[in-house]
Design a protein around this ligand. Structure first.
Ligand code: ATR
Length: 274
């Protein structure tokens, strides 16, 4: 009997993950026979759990909080964008190798460019935050050839370190504290985790102008406080659900060689009760 190829999302906690729903929809739409489960790894047992999955014949995995850095260390080979991100959200098990990739940043870019219809070339981008989420976004954003990316963070030193790590792109990058951000931006991306605490980074409202796209990487049942703040100052707003679906599509494409159509899945997930 032919068994479907197996994949999973591994994290802790994991019960809330929407990835199984998304990948099941992609598999159905593309006619790919695969099984995709949730896998809860103990906080001190990521590597052992991964080895167990490989032994069971799994073909790949998505990795989520808090294991993305550990996944990068476990990989025997890293894609350049995972290397730049310092984190892995997609693993491919093939030919005895554990290949680590990161589709979070490409998912963000796909959501902005394809779904929101905002080209990034020559645009001025404000990236709020300098943690893992911001780091993962940086190289894919730079590859779109924006005019400038200003990285603003509560802790300035962390933003400065991030720019040092991307020294090859120094002419395109600038660092700022929240209060000192100057000028208006075409795209403002909230890559801080402030929305989890219902906080808004204290940035000048002059960063927004009509036509600014403001995207929060977080999502929930209602707009985040950052989205409400940006909308009240004239920006068009998006949450992180599109990025979630797009990063999944990029991972699916890496595993299966076919990129699913994301629009119907995103539309279904936007329905209440999903
Ligand atoms: P993630 O993987 O989600 O990026 P992280 O690496 O812990 O998580 O980074 C969290 C980011 O959110 C950091 O940029 C953090 O700012 P600091 O470097 O100053 O800690 C930012 N952050 C978290 N809570 C915040 C808040 N309430 N207001 C503003 N920034 C916040």
């Amino acid at each position: 009997m032919n068994r479907a190829d197996r994949y999973c999302v591994i994290g802790n906690p994991i019960a809330h993950s929407k990835s199984p729903l998304i990948h099941a929809a992609f598999a159905a739409a593309t006619g790919q026979a695969l099984q995709y489960d949730r896998c809860l790894a103990p906080l001190d047992g990521f590597e052992a759990t991964m080895r167990g999955l490989i032994d069971q014949g799994y073909r790949g995995a998505n990795v989520t909080v808090p294991f993305k850095l550990e996944a990068a260390r476990l990989a025997t080979r890293l894609a350049p964008r995972a290397q730049a991100a310092g984190a892995v959200n997609t693993l491919i098990f093939a030919d005895g190798e554990i290949v680590g990739d990161n589709t979070d940043g490409p998912g963000l870019v796909a959501d902005i460019v394809r779904n929101a219809g905002v080209a990034l070339q020559d645009k001025r981008i404000l990236l709020l935050g300098a943690g893992g989420a911001a780091r993962g976004a940086l190289l894919p954003l730079l590859l779109q050839n924006p005019r400038q990316i200003v990285i603003a963070n509560r802790t300035l030193a962390t933003a400065e370190k991030l720019v040092r790590d991307f020294a090859a792109h120094a002419t395109k990058l600038a660092v700022s504290g929240f209060a000192d951000i100057e000028g208006g931006f075409d795209v403002v991306i909230n890559a801080t985790s402030s929305s989890l605490a219902a906080d808004v980074p204290p940035i000048p409202t002059s960063v927004f102008h009509p036509g600014t796209l403001a995207l929060d990487m977080m999502y929930g049942n209602k707009p985040t406080v950052f989205m409400d703040f940006a909308a009240s100052h004239g920006a068009a707003v998006r949450d992180g659900l599109g990025m979630l679906v797009e990063q999944a599509a990029e991972a699916f494409a890496l595993w299966r060689g076919v990129r699913p159509d994301t629009a119907p899945v995103l539309a279904a997930m936007r329905q209440p009760q999903q």
